[in-house]
Design a binder for this molecule. Structure first.
Ligand SMILES: [Zn+2]
Ligand SMILES: [Zn+2]
Length: 277
């Protein structure tokens, strides 16, 4: 028995040492990489940080509230004052959309492009850190619609990519942003720590790119494209969901995601995005 105990302790000590050695090797490796290839600003190319101070200052901090129905700016979280939007509000699956700023801001466009098409994952970290404070702009009743539901879970769900596009791109930019947002919340030791759950929503149909489609065509294109994975049904039921995406244009994607989440029993769905455009 004693021998076994000692053996186990030695084994654990060796494992700890291996772990520490691996970590310092990794640190050394990245330090060397940084000396040979110093980080450059994704936007202006200045050497130093992945988003330099002056470029970062030009990226809006939000919150830009958007009406989930028409995506026009709204005075606060929720719907705009248009009659049609007010009428639609009651049955609308998405309760509000918050963006960092307009997608017309060149710095936002550049960072989103670099993230999606140039693999600049640092842009996701930058966005996530900027978007984390947006959680505090969701109204209190988003979290506590009635006092008995104080403990209902809040889950961060990135808008999914279809499997085939995921293979092409190698990562889902919305998921990277959602994870960075979560990390920023942990750092800020926020009282509300919603876990990121990318496995909840699945994109089951490869859809046409939305850019050239308008209004109703977008809805048709996306109808039936998303589903709540069977394994996650019990997690979604009774939860409050914060959808995360890079850019929301007409809001159709967010709306379709919210629709399937509400059908699966989600109590409330809101969205936090980088750009409205
Ligand atoms: Zn710069
Ligand atoms: Zn509206």
């Amino acid at each position: 028995m004693i021998k076994e105990g000692i053996f186990k302790r030695i084994l654990l000590a060796v494992r700890d040492w291996q772990k520490a050695a691996r970590a310092s090797l990794k640190n050394f490796f990245w330090a060397a990489v940084n000396v040979i290839f110093p980080a450059m600003c994704v936007i202006c190319g200045a050497v130093g940080e992945c988003v330099c101070v002056s470029c970062a200052a030009r990226v809006p901090n939000g919150p830009l509230f958007c009406c989930p129905v028409c995506m026009d700016p709204a005075p606060e979280f929720g719907f705009c004052s248009l009659d049609a939007c007010r009428r639609a509000a009651e049955a609308f699956p998405l309760k509000g959309v918050v963006a960092l700023g307009s997608n017309d801001v060149p710095e936002i466009r550049r960072l989103v492009y670099a993230l999606k098409y140039e693999g600049a994952r640092e842009a996701a970290d930058f966005f996530g850190a900027r978007m984390a404070p947006m959680i505090s702009h969701l109204p209190e009743d988003f979290f506590t619609a009635d006092s008995s539901m104080l403990l209902t879970p809040v889950i961060v769900v990135p808008v999914p990519l279809h499997r085939r596009r995921l293979v092409e791109r190698d990562f889902n930019q919305a998921e990277l942003i959602a994870i960075a947002l979560f990390d920023a919340l942990v750092l800020a030791r926020s009282a509300r720590l919603p876990p990121v759950a990318p496995e909840i929503l699945r994109r089951i149909r490869q859809t046409e790119r939305q850019a050239h489609l308008t209004g109703e065509a977008r809805r048709k294109n996306l109808s039936g494209a998303f589903t709540v994975s069977e394994r996650s049904a019990s997690v979604v039921n009774g939860a409050r969901i914060i959808l995360v995406d890079d850019v929301a244009t007409t809001g159709t994607t967010l709306r379709e995601c919210a629709c399937v989440l509400r059908a699966a029993g989600a109590l409330n769905v809101a969205a936090i995005v980088v750009g409205r455009g």
